[in-house]
Design a protein around this ligand. Structure first.
Ligand code: CA
Length: 704
């Protein structure tokens, strides 16, 4: 922000406040590190403090409603330490709405307190709230979901509205926080479990909720008009979104319902991750931040425009001390007040490294198991120097935070911005190294040719804990839609096979697996690649697909069970990945590796994983001649033995994954293994279907 100063006879000069804001002098005089910004409620008095160092005058306005009407009283605030304005109001103000009227640069504007913990309808006024009174029954017993390592998480990405809005959800509170409090909901037609109980059945450890803080785009006054938005347009960072509430007009209701939702999710042993968007605000020049301290909260280009690395009109200047403090205070508030288990940072590349490390440090004090990850890129050019951006290539400097791995995402299925572009599983076999890059969790590994990786030509992760592997998220086409667009004339059976193979790669890879909700049952958005405001009939999850593709769902469930049962798929350090995971030399359409000697941690001493992306059955020579118990093939996945094979050669059927373990050195083998062996020995190939026949053939061969 710059403006013109003029004085008679002295001409005019352009004053750039941005320069002043960046000075040590400004920080020394105006950095306020107190913990009482906002409205601090007590039964007999509420204290208000606003940081507005450039303001000439600030008036607190109190209202009895969140919308309309005139103030019930106004109070002149007093300028006090470090550029803050302060006042206290006697009496019980719980439920009283408020705004600040700020005069700065000769202009007077009414603004919502950025620290407001409750807001009125559409977030146009703050509300004083007695937070203790918003706690649901038993809230004090609700804890955090513990993780030994971020690699133990399995993340399921969901949206409050699209989860329950379709009649097939069988959920009563459609499109609402309370939809996630309903247990054992079933689709009326087929009876499959939906919503929260679906996630429980699948076995995911964390539900990642798309933006659920107050965002701008949905008109909360018209709940009966169907409106959909992802919510990446922040309005009030510290209050829940109103349109997901049963009553957006009363500021405390959405808080209570959000907590009810968190409590219900955790009652199923599942953690809650919030998608947070501190990189930009919905409004720029007329945002509340800008009305209060013009130009401070945003990065400004040399020509005086809002820097637009978010492609949404502006970007927050996280490197400025009071912006950094705001972001850190905000996530800590959510983690403490709402018992949030993790955060996903939108366009994290627009945040500076110091801010992200500060966030991790403060959140770990609240919850040592906190799960932190973000998008390690920006959406456009930023004035923040690249060496300060929390992007993938710098993420080693932010060791407690993970980033999305787009190498494996596009490696498996093809480029996200070219819908017809195929990936490794759809015939573009030169993407093999990009897929392997994800298999090792983006760490340094002797078996990867980094010069052939699609985007990152070197490992970005210090440990697999920094790598989020996925094949699809809310952005771009769903996995199913991408397969439709990038393969021509595939049958439904073939698409199912490809879906299983793609997810088998993601879920068995080192790092943190992440899934868009419904990937496990071939979710479609009817080819819409940017459904951020598309109608419900595009975004809503059709739960009948789960019934239709029950075998695909069961396969995902089995893969997750396998991952959770075996720490070899969840290695914590780069050194162990490099030494324990060994690739087998194979042609480009095949990937095969073993995880060996993870014996102290895994009761399977040697695990074999193989992926065949070709249309033909393929032989793979194994480094070990032993008895292999196969637990994943192209049809089924889990921890139970599907078939057994003797020898050091395996046939991996076309378009299939294989996971097997060395049964001779495994610490425990279930009773079922023996039974199956007998069955196969007796020639009952039907047990594993056509695949069983392959193994059988193999077995006979090796017997010779
Ligand atoms: Ca809103």
């Amino acid at each position: 922000m710059s403006y013109v100063l003029s004085k008679e006879d002295f001409g005019e000069i352009n004053v750039s406040t941005a320069r002043i804001y960046n000075t040590d002098n400004f920080n020394e005089n105006f950095y306020y590190d107190g913990d009482d910004l906002g409205a601090v409620y007590k039964k007999d008095e509420t204290r208000f403090r606003l940081w507005a160092p450039t303001a000439e005058k600030v008036i607190l306005k109190l209202y009895d409603k969140g919308d309309g009407g005139t103030p019930t009283s106004t109070v002149d605030m007093v300028r006090t330490e470090k550029g803050t304005w302060y006042t206290e109001v006697k009496g019980d103000l719980n439920g009283v709405y408020y705004t600040y009227e700020i005069t700065v640069n000769g202009q007077t504007n009414e603004a919502v307190d950025p620290y407001a913990k409750a807001v009125g309808v559409n977030g146009n006024r703050g509300m004083v709230v007695d937070l203790a009174a918003t706690n649901p029954k038993g809230w004090e017993k609700v804890g955090y979901i513990k993780l030994d390592s971020p690699t133990d998480a399995v993340i399921y990405e969901m949206h409050i509205r699209d989860t329950s809005i379709d009649p097939s959800s069988g959920i009563k509170n459609k499109g609402k926080y309370l939809g996630f409090t309903e247990i054992k909901t079933k689709s009326p037609e087929s009876g499959v479990l939906t919503g929260l109980s679906h996630v429980k059945e699948l076995g995911a450890t964390h539900i990642h909720l798309l933006p659920s803080f107050d965002f701008n785009s949905v008109d909360e006054k018209n709940p009966d008009t169907p409106q959909f938005n992802w919510g990446y347009d922040p309005k009030n960072y510290n209050a829940p979104e109103g349109s997901y509430s049963m009553d957006p007009f009363n500021g405390d209701v959405r808080i209570r319902e959000f907590k009810e939702m968190v409590k219900a999710i955790k009652s199923q042993g599942i953690g809650v991750v919030m998608d947070v968007v501190y990189n930009h605000t919905a409004l720029s020049a007329d945002s509340d931040f800008n009305k209060i301290v013009p130009g401070y909260y945003y990065r400004i280009t040399s020509s005086g425009a809002f820097s637009n690395g978010s492609a949404c009109g502006n970007e927050l200047a996280s490197e400025r001390l009071m912006v950094r403090k705001f972001i850190v205070d905000s996530v800590v508030y959510w983690a403490k007040e709402y018992k949030i288990d993790g955060f996903r940072f939108d366009l994290m590349g627009l945040h500076d490294i110091d801010t992200m490390n500060g966030i991790a440090r403060e959140l770990k004090k609240v919850n040592p198991s906190i799960l932190l990850y973000g998008e390690g890129w920006t959406a456009g050019a930023s004035t923040l120097p690249q060496n300060k951006q929390a992007i993938k290539s710098n993420i080693s400097k932010v060791p407690d935070i993970a980033v999305f791995n787009d190498n494996i995402r596009d490696g498996i299925k093809g480029h996200v911005f070219d819908s017809e572009a195929p990936g490794f599983i759809s015939g573009k076999y030169d993407l093999k190294e990009s897929v392997k890059f994800g298999i090792v969790g983006a760490v340094s590994h002797p078996g990867i040719n980094y010069s052939q990786v699609n985007y990152d030509r070197m490992p970005f992760a210090v440990s697999p804990c920094q790598c989020v592997n996925y094949v699809a998220s809310h952005d771009n086409l769903t996995f199913f839609d991408k397969l439709i667009a990038s393969t021509k004339g595939k049958s439904e059976e073939e698409l199912k096979t490809m879906t299983k193979l793609g997810s088998a790669i993601v879920i068995t890879s080192q790092g943190i697996p992440f899934m868009l909700s419904g990937t496990d049952f071939m979710r479609t958005k009817k080819g819409d690649e940017n459904s951020y405001k598309s109608p419900d009939d595009i975004n809503a999850i059709d739960w009948e697909l789960k019934s239709k593709y029950m075998d695909v769902f069961e396969y995902h469930k089995g893969l997750i069970a396998l991952r959770k049962a075996h720490p070899a798929f969840r290695i914590k350090t780069a050194e162990e990945v490099a030494s324990k995971l060994k690739f087998i030399d194979t042609p480009d359409h095949l990937i095969a590796y073993t995880i060996e000697n993870y014996a102290n941690k895994d009761n399977w001493k040697t695990i074999l994983v193989a992926f065949n992306a070709s249309g033909n059955d393929e032989k793979v020579s194994l480094p070990l001649k032993t008895k292999w118990n196969i637990v994943v093939d192209g049809n089924k996945a889990g921890v139970e033995t599907l078939a057994t094979l003797q020898g050091d050669l395996i046939i991996v059927p076309a378009m299939s994954a294989i996971v097997a373990y060395d049964a001779e050195t495994a610490k425990d083998t279930s009773g079922k293994t023996g039974a199956l062996l007998v069955a196969i020995g007796a020639g009952v190939a039907a047990i594993a279907g056509i695949l069983g026949a392959h193994y059988l053939k193999k077995r006979k061969k090796t017997k010779k």
